[in-house]
Ligand binder design. Structure first.
Ligand code: SF4
Length: 209
């Protein structure tokens, strides 16, 4: 059966959402409503684009990426689709990094299988009071990076903030990752047409809204 996923955005060749170069998939739909979430446009479980899981992996492979990172929205509110994406990606040689706003104790069924089968997991709600912009790959200190397989055993993990800035030919600016307010303001103060998407993982949103 063809597995489909509701997706808000996909970026290839990102260097900030896990080890090495990755295809990043922002799923659509989240009702966890973390205070301070910066991806509220991904909360509705309507809109976006319905995409065949296999084609997401096809494009990730074509892009030369080492793996995929799945975030949201909340990937486990489409658990069967996310599990299909994880399985398809791993069967075809890609690593999988999963963000979820759920904690392990909240999961069962396909959601639990997603958690258990991913190579790396960052889990738990974004907690605004525990926000820390010096963390790598996550936004609040309650969240822990779990390396669940040996795939990335050679990767040397260290804490540190990373952002990715892309300036298109028309001057539009796309910011991915974990910028602090001062840097974001500095960028926006430049007379560029800003499209500060600020996409980051579930429960990792750095900004108050
Ligand atoms: S931070 Fe993540 S889990 Fe929390 S509301 Fe936003 S998208 Fe959902």
């Amino acid at each position: 059966m063809t597995a489909l996923m509701r997706v808000g955005q996909i970026e290839h060749n990102s260097l900030i959402y896990g080890p090495y170069s990755r295809t990043v998939v922002w799923t659509k739909g989240c009702d966890l409503a973390c205070k301070g979430c910066w991806n509220k446009d991904l909360w509705p479980s309507v809109g976006g684009e319905i995409i065949e899981v296999k084609s997401i992996v096809d494009k990730a492979i074509d892009s030369g990426d080492e793996g995929i990172t799945i975030l949201g929205g909340e990937p486990l509110q489409q658990a069967s689709s996310t599990l299909a994406l994880i399985m398809n990606a791993q069967q075809r040689g890609l690593g999988v990094f999963l963000y979820t706003g759920y904690e392990l104790k909240e999961l069962d069924g396909d959601g639990l299988r997603c958690y258990q089968s991913s190579d790396i997991v960052v889990a738990g709600r974004y907690v605004e009071d525990q926000r820390d912009t010096n963390l790598r790959w996550r936004g609040s200190t309650n969240q822990i990076v779990e390396f669940k397989t040996d795939r990335y055993k050679e990767f040397e993990f260290s804490e540190g903030n990373e952002i990715q800035i892309t300036i298109d030919e028309d001057g539009s600016l796309t910011i991915l990752g974990y910028p602090d307010e001062a840097l974001l303001q500095e960028l926006l103060d430049r007379e560029l047409s800003a499209d500060a998407k600020g996409r980051i993982g579930p429960s990792s949103q750095p900004f108050s809204e």
